[in-house]
Design a protein around this ligand. Structure first.
Ligand SMILES: Nc1ncnc2c1ncn2[C@@H]1O[C@H](COP(=O)(O)OP(=O)(O)OP(=O)(O)O)[C@@H](O)[C@H]1O
Ligand SMILES: [Mg+2]
Length: 212
């Protein structure tokens, strides 16, 4: 069973961004997307993760054509079955790190996994308000929030952008371990070529499509 399948996907805003993109991800498969700034990487992630209906093409998640589903079903998939790590993380600033993770778990009724917090090295700051955390700490809280709800597909848009190389490596290891543990799939946008090479498929996005 394909976890994610993209067929004949094209999208434009005021001008064409990309055209005729085709790929699929099965269990335990990972794919990286590199490309110059503005090439449409985040847009492609949004389209694949239920957030933006494309101009043309089909996106299937768990073999369901997502943009043919009712809004209610689409939101259920977004909340419960996929995890989106955004380029700019949307944490609630007035809440503590713990409360932010707790909020996402309330919806899926999962327990917070202390081992995960430890691995991400955020145990010490867990009760601090998000506004008091460094950019890298906030990024790790947002990753904990996504993994805590145990999604099958992770969409990660530059998840290590705010991290030093050593911490970035650890965070990526956690993502890879997670994917093999739950037999899920990972779509990763990164500017880091070395990191991109760790994925099973390594693609570059440009006006000509997804190449690699
Ligand atoms: N909602 C929107 N409406 C109009 N134009 C948009 C919208 N979202 C993105 N764009 C434009 O589409 C292009 C691609 O943006 P996108 O954020 O996908 O690029 P990116 O490859 O992720 O870049 P970066 O590496 O800087 O994050 C940009 O020119 C951007 O201004
Ligand atoms: Mg982007």
């Amino acid at each position: 069973m394909s976890l994610l399948e993209v067929k004949n996907l094209s999208h434009s805003f005021d001008y064409p961004l990309f055209k005729d993109i085709n790929f699929s991800l099965q269990k335990e498969e990972t794919m990286s997307i590199t490309g110059v700034s503005g090439s449409g990487k985040s847009t492609l992630m949004h389209i694949c993760s239920t957030l933006l209906k494309p101009n043309s093409g089909d996106i299937k998640l768990f073999e369901k054509d997502i943009y043919g589903l009712s809004q209610k079903k689409l939101i259920k998939i977004r909340r419960e079955e996929i995890g989106i790590i955004f380029q700019t993380h949307y944490l609630f600033r007035g809440f503590s790190a713990y409360e932010n993770i707790e909020l996402s778990n309330l919806m899926t009724k999962n327990e917070i996994d202390d081992e995960l917090l430890e691995k991400l090295k955020i145990t010490k700051v867990i009760n601090q308000k998000v506004g008091e955390l460094s950019g890298g700490q906030q990024q790790r809280v947002s990753i904990a929030r996504v993994l805590a709800k145990k999604p099958k597909i992770i969409f990660a848009d530059e998840p290590t952008g705010n991290l030093d190389p050593a911490t970035a490596d650890e965070v990526i290891n956690i993502l890879f371990e997670y994917i093999s543990e739950v037999k899920g799939a990972l779509l990763l946008v990164t500017h880091d070529d070395k990191l991109a090479s760790r994925c099973k498929y390594k693609k570059n996005l440009s006006i000509d499509g997804l190449i690699g």
